[in-house]
Ligand binder design. Sequence first.
Ligand code: CP
Ligand code: NVA
Length: 298
Amino acid sequence: MNLVSILDIGDALLPLLKKTQELKDDAQRGVFEDRLKNKSVSMIFNKPSTRTRVSFEVAMVQLGGHAIYLDKSSMQLERGETIKDTALTLSKYVDAILVRSGSHANVVELAKYSRVPVINCLTELEHPCQVLADLYTVRECKGAFNSVKLAYVGDGNNVCHSLLLGSAMAGMSIAVASPKGYEPSTEFLMKAKTIAATTGSDISAVLEPEEAVEGADIIYTDVWVSMGQETEKKKRLRDLRSYQVNAELVKKAGNPLIMHCLPAKRGQEITDEVLESENSIVFKQAENRLHLQKALLC
Ligand code: CP
Ligand code: NVA
């Protein structure tokens, strides 16, 4: 099984969250079993990472296996070896290929030729590992999905896309507020609405942050300039400036939890005050990446 889109997890979502709980409980009791003894994964990253890289590497160590970090620039891929040949070769050595790439199409191609599972560690379209860990965190904090409304405020980006699909799959309601030109793609929105029709959640995309956060139990945001968009920085900061998650916006929701996948640009999409407020669960999200990804690897 591959995890290229969060949709790939399908019916395994709830069992995955259950396994995450077991492994987190074990870790908190200091119990680490060699469930992946003699197993290896390779991690092809062509974009920076703190959380994803370190949590996956530590996950493999805690499970008794081994992770090989491959900066794309040090691979033969950089000299023109094809994705197909890379996939076929790595499949002879490792038990899974983890990949972070600016091109979703390249990850789809890698998965097509790989003989071992491929896990998407972020592309320009999706960030499934992040959102699976976020779903675990939501349930950990709120105890359920179907009574929860999450408001995502800001750029309708990769994290937003996976959140739309993941929320729909879990049966959690989500309202996205983004300015014109920064909306999540219609394809993701439509897919989320189709799934939500069967799980009973509400999916909406609006223009005004105040409208999205009304009655929200959680406010989630992400950077305004994602990796690879640096040349658009000036325009993005200007276009998104009224989408900041600050104390005034938070107050309009009541007493919501605050989520952010990190890294954050404090003072841009979120203020220091909100990021560090009592209701902020951003570092719990970061911690749960480790537990969720251990369950995923198992
Ligand atoms: N949230 C997340 O994926 O962080 P990194 O870019 O540090 O991996
Ligand atoms: N949207 C951000 C997420 C980083 C984890 C990016 O793609 O840079």
